[in-house]
Design a protein around this ligand. Structure first.
Ligand SMILES: CC(C)(COP(=O)(O)OP(=O)(O)OC[C@H]1O[C@@H](n2cnc3c(N)ncnc32)[C@H](O)[C@@H]1OP(=O)(O)O)[C@@H](O)C(=O)NCCC(=O)NCCS
Length: 323
């Protein structure tokens, strides 16, 4: 890995820049669309045949595919029946409020998965592509993943880049991408880490431990104390997308930079893969990890609920004067 000075500082600044410009951009409407109904994934079923057929035959989707000819129903049913029984094909349907909105498919060969992504025509252009792709990546685990995307398909290339794919080569009008697993870098009390974390704090919309931004000096002291079991920056390819900490009570805090909320399922999957919870201590430490979510972070709460995680408790402040 490159030296931190070269690596984080310019890239962190780049993340912040792209996020800031996104905020003043119409993409804010995408965030509110997502808040109304989170995307979830489930395995495809035979009863999805008609939706998959209609999506695959949509002229835009055909134009983006390797095989551009229209599908014939009988061939499609044969293909789907075989695919659903195959150990090497993993087809996930994305849903919003229970309504199918697209498909993410992994085709495994030589321990490598080739991914393809398509949204229903009505679901395109709303920012769902990266959420669906991230959920698919979280499902497939740690297997290497690659993608082939037509070089003129800017929306698709943006989705893949936003999920940590990097272009490796070009081949006959297609860009070849590889997925780079998230990497973690331990936070230590040195200037570039302190500054980068302070910038991240400024961008945070929700917090649990402090309502107002702490002073830079307080922030520096806090990092020097390093109160966590583990505290890391998170990188998707070379881009810093946020940070997370593990507490010694098995609680986890995740701060993703604005514009990277879709990566939460991938990050949680990787944390659970890379770390084990500390042993349970009755009434002090739970047996498994728990995630702290600020009460006002409705989007993350909806994201966790939609993905089947169970909310445990609400914590209230208690001030002496109030009781
Ligand atoms: C490609 C596809 C998956 C993209 O998903 P999506 O959610 O509709 O993507 P969006 O329209 O929100 O675009 C993604 C990003 O690219 C940007 N973008 C889209 N078209 C763009 C263009 N022509 N120029 C510049 N940026 C563009 C969007 O602004 C968005 O940026 P943001 O995330 O910073 O806001 C989806 O549109 C689709 O299924 N298309 C048909 C099938 C297909 O092409 N599949 C991919 C085959 S590999």
């Amino acid at each position: 890995m490159q030296g931190y000075q070269q690596m984080i500082q310019p890239l962190y600044t780049k993340s912040i820049h792209c996020v800031t410009s996104q905020r003043a951009h119409p993409s804010d409407t995408k965030i509110s669309v997502n808040m109304l109904g989170m995307i979830t994934v489930r395995l495809a079923k035979v009863s999805d045949a008609k939706s998959l057929f209609d999506w695959r035959n949509d002229p835009n989707i055909r134009a983006a595919s390797e095989q551009t000819k229209p599908l014939i129903w009988e061939d499609h049913i044969r293909w789907l029946t075989h695919t659903l029984q195959s150990d090497t094909q993993h087809v996930f349907i994305g849903e919003q409020n229970g309504v199918p909105i697209g498909v993410v498919r992994f085709s495994v060969e030589h321990d490598q998965a080739l991914v393809s992504l398509a949204l229903a025509p009505a679901a395109q252009g709303k920012g769902f592509g990266k959420s669906l792709l991230a959920l698919g990546i979280a499902q497939i685990g740690s297997m290497p993943i690659r993608a082939r995307i037509r070089s003129d398909n800017v929306a698709s290339r943006n989705c893949f880049a936003a999920c940590g794919f990097v272009e490796t080569s070009r081949d006959k009008g297609f860009c070849c991408y590889n997925y780079i697993r998230l990497t973690f870098e331990e936070i230590v009390p040195k200037d570039d880490h302190i500054n980068a974390l302070y910038e991240a704090l400024k961008l945070r919309k929700h917090a649990i431990s402090h309502i107002n931004l702490p002073s830079f000096e307080d922030h520096k002291e806090f990092i020097k104390k390093h109160p966590y079991r583990s505290w890391n920056f998170v990188f998707a390819a070379t881009e810093c997308i946020g940070n997370f900490y593990l507490n010694s009570d098995n609680s986890i805090g995740v701060n993703l930079l604005p514009g990277y909320d879709h990566m939460l399922p991938v990050l949680l999957k990787q944390i659970l893969h890379d770390y084990d919870p500390l042993p349970e201590i009755k009434s002090k430490r739970s047996a498994g990890f728990v995630l702290h979510v600020p009460i006002g972070d409705h989007e993350r709460r909806a994201q966790m609920n939609a993905n089947g995680h169970m909310p445990l408790q609400i914590t209230y402040t208690l001030e002496k004067g109030q009781v």
